[in-house]
Design a protein around this ligand. Structure first.
Ligand code: MN
Length: 230
């Protein structure tokens, strides 16, 4: 993928995830630099639905801008840098505060896959609590050590809940990250509905393995659908 194509996809991912109701004024989406795994692409500080090509900036894995950009930056960019550092397989990251997912970050109900598409969240969704290592904070992740702690909690999973704050979802490509972000929020919403109705049945470990294998054709089809809806 060329840098221009990566920027194009990242702009679309920002707009798609916003349009699907997961990002609002806050949250952010990034991609690893296609030619330099030691860098990543992220917008200047903006509501993700407003992001255009010219807003995309380049950061190193210490989450420092590679140039002296004359604009404000997202405070929580260490989330992205530290995850790219810890997970060489990850090429896209979305941090959001979607109410459906946040519900499971403020309660003690485990977020588990309950449908075929929901299998994208995998076998385990860890819950990171800033209180454990950092005590009372304003709940924003701004220090590198906070980002490192979150990346450690994410471990080899696809989604990490952040107590009283939000969630961060990752993927092996920008499109896969978008797919996992949207269907993990849909799974959370479905689980909430099922809990209101009765006893909830979750996927078996074998079903999670089989249904969680993401087919490139499915990702492409969903991407085309979401792009058309913009
Ligand atoms: Mn946040």
């Amino acid at each position: 993928m060329t840098l221009s194509e990566a920027i194009e996809q990242l702009v679309l991912a920002n707009r798609i995830i916003s349009h699907e109701g997961i990002l609002d004024a806050f949250g952010h989406v990034s991609a690893r630099h296609p030619h330099d795994p030691g860098k990543f692409l992220l917008s200047r500080s903006l509501a993700p639905s407003l992001v255009r090509r010219e807003d995309i900036l380049v950061f190193d894995l210490e989450s420092r801008p590679v140039e002296d950009y004359d604009c404000s930056l997202y405070a929580e960019r260490v989330i992205h840098g530290e995850i790219y550092k810890a997970r060489p397989d990850v090429n896209g990251v979305c941090h959001h505060h979607a109410p459906s997912v946040l519900t499971f970050a403020i309660s003690h109900r485990k977020l588990e896959p309950v449908s075929q598409m929901g299998a994208v969240i995998g076998h385990h969704v860890p819950l990171w609590d800033s209180q454990d290592e950092f005590g009372d904070t304003n709940l924003l992740l701004v220090k590198p050590e906070e980002g490192r702690s979150l990346a450690k909690a994410l471990d080899q999973n696809w989604l990490v809940l952040m107590r009283r704050h939000g969630a961060t979802c990752v993927g092996r490509s920008i499109q896969e990250m978008t797919f996992r972000t949207i269907y993990s929020a849909a799974n959370a919403d479905l689980l909430l509905r099922a809990m209101m109705v009765g006893r909830v049945e979750t996927l078996t470990p074998g079903e999670i393995d089989r249904a969680g294998e993401i087919k490139p054709l499915a990702v492409e089809r969903a991407w085309d659908y979401w792009t058309d809806r913009l």
